[in-house]
Design a binder for this molecule. Sequence first.
Ligand code: ZN
Length: 545
Amino acid sequence: MRSFRIPVVCLTTALSAASLGAQQRVAVPAARLEGLKREAIADVDSRAKFTQQMVDQIFSFGELGFQEVETSKFIVKILRDNGFTVEEGVAGIPTAWVATWGSGKPVIAIGSDIDGIPQASQKPAVACHAPLVPGAPGHGEGHNTGQPVNVTAVLAVKKIMEREKLPGTIKVWPGVAEEQLASKAYLVRAGVFKDVDVALFSHVSANLSTGWGPGGGSGLVSVMYSFEGQAAHAAGAPWRGRSALDAVELMNVGWNYRREHLRLQQRSHYVIPDGGDQPNVVPTTASVWYYFRELTYPQIKAMWAIGDSVAAGAAMMTGTKLVESRVLGSAWPQHFNKPIAEAMFANIKQVGLPKWSEADQTLAKAVQKEMGSREEGMPSRVDSTIAPEPEGRNMGGGSDDIGDVSWNVPTVTLRYPSNIPGLPGHHWSSAIASATPIAHKGATAGAKAMAATILDIVAKPALVDSAWSYFRKVQTKDVKYEPLMRPNERPATFLNTDILEKYRPQMRRFYYDPSRFGTYLEQLGIQYPTLRKSKDKCEETPAVP
Ligand SMILES: [Zn+2]
């Protein structure tokens, strides 16, 4: 490795090229890099108000997968105003976009999910069930905090890269419809990560952490089975009818028997989006939506094939027709990059956890009590586990379609402490902290670790090389990525349209207005924290503010 002064070097820094050739890759001396990281971390701190406003704004939109219209418009505007070029409607998904700034190598793609959970509407900071709009969706996982982490981090890093004239390209992108595992494989297929060197992902958690190797949890395929029968008067001429709902019910019965004889690591669950219209009409159409979760691509495919055979059997038994099944989403099991995770973990240790106030701890413990969890409050120590579980110990669990990205480019997920530990997840209780100082401080801590890690990647070409070496020689040595969705499948962008059509007018009344209110809690007139009124009553005045 030869060193020389590059012509564009600015006067305040001494930079050296780490490798030659067509790519101009610049290594920043270690001491100088540490100084730049400290500066980025201080800069993220100075943007805490901006981060808080983003967290609160996206929380107030509370949009479900594929309907993240306001959320995407809001983030895209911020990125455009800050010099990013934004391509919208990426991969045929109206709410997906890629915002690009900078030039040359390395190319870093920074993403986070943006969608919410059905029926999770909740007043922030109120430690019991108090929906803002009853029945409406909300951020019952805390996905409202991820883009604020990323955007804050990239703005701090961009400032330094501009001044130092550091080459590198930053791409910011959203995880659309993550709850349906329904967009990232399509982003991969559309080539969004084709020239990317490293993908960094952020996800809400109750601690500041990262990890490498198989991330635990499962991959999955999400399949809608639709049956077609024949209508008839359900009392007058039932023998002339063929019930599509019968096929759905028999498929579920068949699956529930069959799953006793599947691997213990599998997870499968279903809902019935169409069960017919009314009892006196034999249902012509009915459909059932399955998630089949397993630990590896071949195991997911095998499980899916069993699902197909059970569906075919149900159609045969009922004299109905199985209409071609549709893949609504898919996710490869996740696998994260060791060298990048180690670099991120060093930054995490430097950043440390936020200082939780007494009010933060009171809210956390009250919510834990409400949910029957251990009343441990917020964590006081950084999660120090970074190595994967020993092989054979993963018993499956949740999924994130960042898995698909992770098999195409070295990828790492940063988990940041914007939520309360010990909650059931996908539930209104996970929305309680999501627009409070817990979420705000956790997002700022996350943005610091993210900014420092982006700088590592920009400033250390050798880190990118070792990331790819791990990716090629270890991770993908015996595993080849193939998407789970079929070549003719398209993103299921129709999902959740009806729910947002129904609730958006009421939800709009609660959109956060930062020009009038410092915080969303201030706008809602909610005291921090607000505890349960009595044993039988959550709030004094449950009426909407
Ligand atoms: Zn998530």
